[in-house]
Design a protein around this ligand. Structure first.
Ligand SMILES: Cc1cc2nc3c(=O)[nH]c(=O)nc-3n(C[C@H](O)[C@H](O)[C@H](O)COP(=O)(O)O)c2cc1C
Length: 364
């Protein structure tokens, strides 16, 4: 930091806002925020071209050299000024290059990453204290004064499609034993596999999958964490949808790692396999330049997860899903940069426990 030749550059990934009458500056990649004097903004603008501290002292001659240097040190601490060509600068550039079309709005994705979770083993009374003081909002909406047309309740379904929908539950207990590789293959192929191809205007040949995808861009990828799969070594695999095969990755798969990935929820470490869903945002961004399309990527992950849960249910397995994830830990484990491809959702399966959660009563 003390080197006179050191050149600094403002982080591209930063945002300024007012909170409680104070100016807040945030680097939404590193999530460092700090309260700043509005004068600091001029300094940040100056460093959008790489400069040394001496350059800044000269340019801001109306201020004492010591005060300019102090402000710069604070900006470096807050990672709003980065050492030019450093590893941090490169990561900042990667974000700018990969997400440029959706920034700053999609900075939300990065600002909210690695959120802290309430420890699962806290007593319920302690957890309750975290809820809003007011009672929970009404679970159902009613519209006063509107005419109401009664609907006959559908006859109990005998069709396996409706039965599967009703039978799906989130499982947190699993029987010991392994799931078959055939079931894993079926889950992967049904949820993420290519069912065929069609020719779309503008974009050309695109895959059909069982879930819809905005612009048929299919940004979703999936990684299998095999913990107890018959005939498959425990480990991490990437599912290659085009060839319907698994590519082995160096990462490790243990109950502890699985639970840690899912915000230390111990029950998910007892599952037989985790299906870690990520998105390659560039696929969707290429077609949709507006940040609103970020929502499309999230929605699609939900489609995939529901297909997964229903398929697992139909196979007689015990599925679950969780969005309580330790994003950076997972991305490091999968060897992802967390920028061009990020984790969004995790689903998993185990064998049905002896006493699975009861399905809803037929009349509900
Ligand atoms: C986006 C999402 C995130 C969830 N995250 C968790 C989680 O972190 N841990 C958990 O035990 N269940 C999680 N669940 C499951 C819900 O708790 C469950 O769906 C809900 O209690 C209703 O039960 P059911 O799935 O059996 O109908 C999640 C569900 C969704 C849709």
């Amino acid at each position: 930091m003390a080197r006179a030749s050191l050149r600094l550059k403002s982080a591209s990934c930063q945002i300024a806002y007012w909170k409680g009458g104070k100016l807040r500056l945030a680097n939404y990649l590193t999530r460092r925020t700090f309260t700043a004097n509005p004068v600091t903004l001029g300094l940040i603008q100056f460093f959008f071209v790489p400069h040394t501290i001496a350059d800044a002292v000269r340019a801001f001659g109306a201020y004492s050299a010591a005060s300019v240097a102090r402000a710069i040190v604070k900006l470096v601490d807050a990672q709003l000024l980065l050492e030019y060509r450093s590893a941090e600068w490169r990561r900042d550039q990667l974000l700018e290059a990969s997400w440029g079309r959706w920034l700053p709005e999609a900075g939300f994705h990065f600002m909210t990453k690695d959120t802290p979770y309430v420890p699962w083993d806290w007593p319920i009374a302690k957890k309750l204290r975290l809820l809003a003081a007011r009672s929970a909002p009404a679970q159902f909406k009613t519209i006063r004064g509107a005419e109401r047309i009664r609907l006959t309740l559908p006859a109990p379904a005998t069709d396996s499609f409706f039965e599967t929908l009703r039978a799906r539950r989130t499982h947190r207990e699993f029987a010991n034993g392994k799931v078959s590789l055939e079931s894993v293959s079926r889950l992967l192929h049904t949820t993420w596999g290519v069912q065929g191809y069609f020719h779309a205007e503008v974009v050309g040949r695109v895959p059909y999958k069982t879930s819809p995808s905005g612009g048929a861009r299919h940004p979703g990828e999936v990684y299998l964490m095999a913990l107890r799969v018959e005939g498959l070594e425990s480990g991490i695999y990437h599912y290659q949808a085009r060839e319907h095969c698994l590519a082995r990755l160096p990462g490790r798969a243990t109950a502890r790692i699985a639970s840690d990935y899912c915000a230390t929820q111990p029950y998910f470490g007892k599952a037989a396999a985790l299906f870690i869903m990520t998105a390659v945002f560039a696929r969707t961004m290429w077609k949709y330049g507006r940040a609103r399309a970020y929502r499309v990527v999230l929605l699609e992950t939900g489609h995939l997860c529901q297909t997964f849960c229903l398929t697992a249910t139909r196979l007689g397995l015990a599925p679950f899903c969780t969005a309580a994830l330790r994003d950076s830990l997972i991305e490091d484990g999968l060897g992802l940069d967390g920028i061009s491809e990020s984790v969004l959702y995790v689903a998993g399966v185990g064998l049905l426990p002896r006493r699975p959660p009861a399905p809803p009563p037929a009349s509900s």
